[in-house]
Design a protein around this ligand. Structure first.
Ligand code: GN1
Ligand code: MG
Length: 361
């Protein structure tokens, strides 16, 4: 480990002996370290070093190429705004491949706060503005020039197929403990896959979307409470607006964290839903088609069901994808997402009502 870190530091021109690092938890996929470097005159420099999970992102060079192009576009449209900026390694590339095949990248640490759940209405509205602005600024980015960093990432029908295959194979001998969950997910399959079917029929456009819009992926200023920047651009690819909207609602407007065990605590928080919608639509409504506006609530249900499908699949396969912190973590996560999805399903009409003013705007 020491030798590995020394080689990574050296690749980015850092003096390993003058660096201290600590793990930052939060993400389920990549490994993230906060690095503090002491300069020659005792000056401090805080950085974030990340090891891209190459089992998940098979072509990390393509991930980085997308990010460099997308952030350059964002900066050209909004000079002065904070965007992710990776430091070049000694060879000039924005990443470093270590001797074991690991892929590392380095950026500045941004002093900020972030939220997983329980954010104030003002913060949630700010998250809506941040993701809405992201979408708006990328509206003229040529979507078909982006690499698909994870094929079929939000293709819900494929996610269902993979779940059913995992249940059939039952590699970890867990399928019998997930029968109820599997049955419920089957019962909403058509509804959860409806937006993908509409897209396939040409009724919904593909746009450049973020694809991982959980509220934890917006950094806020602690002093002003305003959004500072959108992070985690690994999955920026062509996608459906409703999935970005929905994935944000799944986290920002849920009354509990993503892995809440007490399911009676899990529901859709309507004031937070409305606050996010206000922020997001203030930036995007003018460009959205009527079909896009009308399907935003179904996007919330679809992406929440899809997330349950993905967590349950990983549970059935023996926890090979998401980082877990207890043996049944993926089952707990799947149950929590199902509880939220059930509440969304029952309240689709209410969710639509909230958006009516935007339809005629
Ligand atoms: C993963 O990047 P991270 O760990 O925040 C996942 C998302 C899920 C999320 C659930 C590449 O996000 O799709 O929505 O966990 N990212 C990938 O919290 O699979
Ligand atoms: Mg992510």
């Amino acid at each position: 480990m020491e030798a590995l870190m020394a080689s990574v530091c050296e690749a980015f021109g850092l003096d390993a002996a003058a660096c201290r690092w600590e793990e930052l938890s939060g993400g389920h996929i990549n490994r993230t370290l906060r690095v503090r470097c002491v300069g020659p005159e005792g000056t401090l420099r805080d950085l974030v070093l990340q090891r891209i999970n190459t089992r998940v992102f098979r072509q990390p060079e393509e991930v980085m190429e997308n990010i460099v192009r997308v952030t350059a576009h964002l900066r050209s449209r909004q000079p002065g705004a904070l965007t992710l900026r990776y430091h070049p390694a000694r060879d000039g590339r924005p990443f470093f491949r270590d001797a074991e095949g690991g892929c590392w990248r380095l950026c500045d640490f941004v002093p900020s706060v972030s939220y997983t759940s329980g954010a104030s209405l003002r913060v949630v509205e700010g998250a809506g503005e941040a993701f809405g602005t992201f979408q708006q600024l990328l509206a003229d980015f040529p979507a078909d020039t982006l690499h698909e960093t994870i094929p079929g990432f939000h293709h819900t029908p494929s996610r269902y197929e993979q779940l059913m295959q995992a249940a059939e194979q039952d590699a970890a001998g867990r399928a019998s403990s997930a029968r109820e969950e599997l049955a419920w997910l089957q019962s909403v399959r058509e509804e959860a896959c409806r937006l993908c079917a509409m897209q396939a029929r040409g009724e919904l456009p593909l746009r450049v979307t973020h694809n991982d819009t959980k509220i934890a992926n917006v950094l806020f200023s602690e002093a002003s409470g305003r959004p500072l920047m959108v992070i985690d651009l690994d999955t920026v690819m062509p996608g459906l607006v409703a999935y970005d909207f929905g994935d944000a609602i799944r986290t920002a407007a849920c009354t509990a964290p993503e892995d809440e065990r007490t399911l009676s605590r899990v529901s859709l928080d309507m004031p937070r839903y409305a606050a996010f919608a206000r922020g997001f639509l203030s930036r995007t409504a003018a460009r959205l088609t009527r079909a896009e506006l009308e399907t935003l609530p179904l996007g919330c249900l679809s992406v929440t069901v899809e997330q349950a499908v993905r967590f349950l699949e990983d549970y059935l396969r023996g926890d090979v994808y998401y980082r877990i912190s207890c043996p049944e973590h993926n089952l707990i996560r799947a149950r929590c997402q199902i509880a939220l999805a059930k509440d969304m399903q029952a309240r689709l009409g209410e969710m639509e009502q909230v958006l009516i003013p935007w339809r005629s705007a």
